[in-house]
Design a protein. Structure first.
Length: 382
């Protein structure tokens, strides 16, 4: 039966739709102000509680099959944790982001049993300085589990990755883990906008860090790296589950804010022959999940701050976070865990600080189709 709305709710949704039409071409700063005003009006009308986020389990399909508690039928599942998007400044400039990543390290170290490894999802530094990267490296060295590093645009464009690679190695690599082939991609290459403008490295970095501007190009994996990916996967059977780590989303979410990878379609085409593919991305600082063809996509949380959801392009499978409390440093931020299942699919737990965790199961994405066939809206009760 279709949900019925009160007259107040009907007016709220109509007003919301009018606001969203106006928001389509605004930048993030304007969007933050307008969305805050809209949510404030909703709170005043009693349409949603001011600060709640209960446990949401969006699994809708049957219990996963293919293995028992001993992992006898196929490869045993494994778990890995993630920390991402710390955006560290030097301690003398900003202590709050330092406190946040330290909290995330403590979270992961408290897990029992420990994860197989920890993914760091990129944007360790805010402006890519050696001091910022070194501080991040020292903090992450306190993790008990081994760390797999991924680079973000904030780490790269001051010196074009020189310090990053000196500290952490190549930004693109692959490895095999318990029956799954994993690939770490550098997805934030950009076309040269700085040479003709005679920008200094600092100006180039500041421009990229701004994200929503008319100067820089959109992020891309790039032709050379796409060729590397083809060659890397050529030796992998199509029945092998594929796990891709990418800083930017490998689909086209919202171009104005660079929540976008320009050559995402070409990358998806390379992955199309494989039966089960999971892409885990950072950069957007929010809960996101999507399905395109044979690929499941999961966004991860930031330890620094949450971004608002864009006014258009949000994947229809996403269960959205509530608006973060601006007076609570940790609200809307967090870390999380992924479980790679024996059937090659991946489940995740979003560990939202100062809220309850959110569990997202791969069965939900599978049972609700693709972007080409979006599901009916799902509403959670709070």
């Amino acid at each position: 039966m279709a949900a019925r709305h009160t007259s107040v709710e009907t007016k709220y949704y109509a007003d919301r739709d009018r606001v969203l039409k106006k928001l389509r071409n605004c930048d993030r700063r304007t969007f933050l102000k307008l969305s805050a005003a809209t949510m404030g009006a909703a709170l005043a009308k009693g349409l949603m509680p001011p600060h709640t986020f209960q446990l949401v389990d969006v699994a809708r399909a049957a219990v996963e099959k293919g293995w028992d508690s001993t992992g006898a039928q196929g490869s045993p599942p494994f778990r890995f944790a993630y920390i991402s998007d710390a955006h560290l400044y030097e301690r003398t400039l900003n202590q709050r982001f330092v406190r946040a990543i330290v909290k995330a390290v403590d979270d992961v170290n408290a897990l029992d049993p420990q994860p197989d490894f920890v993914l760091y999802g990129g944007d360790l530094a805010q402006l890519g300085s050696p001091a910022q990267l070194e501080m991040g490296r020292q903090i992450l060295s306190g993790l008990k589990a081994p760390v797999k590093m991924m680079v973000g645009e904030h780490d790269w464009f001051l010196d074009m990755g020189e310090k990053w690679q000196e500290m952490f190695g190549a930004p693109t690599y692959s490895f095999d883990w318990k029956g799954i082939h994993a690939v770490v991609l550098m997805s934030v290459y950009e076309k040269d906008f700085w040479t003709a403008r005679k920008m200094t490295p600092e100006q180039r970095m500041q421009t990229v860090a701004g994200l929503d501007n008319a100067v820089q190009s959109r992020f891309e994996v790039g032709e050379q790296q796409r060729e590397w990916l083809k060659n890397d996967l050529a030796k992998v059977p199509t029945t092998t589950p594929i796990l891709i780590f990418s800083h930017s989303p490998l689909y086209k979410y919202y171009r104005n804010w660079n929540f976008w990878t320009e050559d995402a379609d070409e990358v998806q085409a390379i992955l199309k022959p494989y039966d089960k593919v999971t892409v885990i991305h950072a950069h957007t600082h929010q809960m996101l999940f999507n399905r395109i063809g044979n690929i499941n996509f999961y966004g991860v949380l930031s330890t620094a701050w949450p971004w608002p959801y864009a006014p258009e392009g949000l994947p229809p499978l996403t269960v959205q976070m509530n608006r973060a409390d601006p007076f609570d440093q940790f609200d809307g931020c967090g870390d999380g865990q992924f479980t790679a299942r024996a059937d090659g699919l991946v489940d995740t737990i979003y560990n939202l600080w100062d809220r309850n965790p959110v569990t997202v199961k791969a069965d939900y994405l599978i049972s609700h189709g693709s972007v080409d066939q979006p599901p009916a809206p799902q509403f959670a009760s709070y």
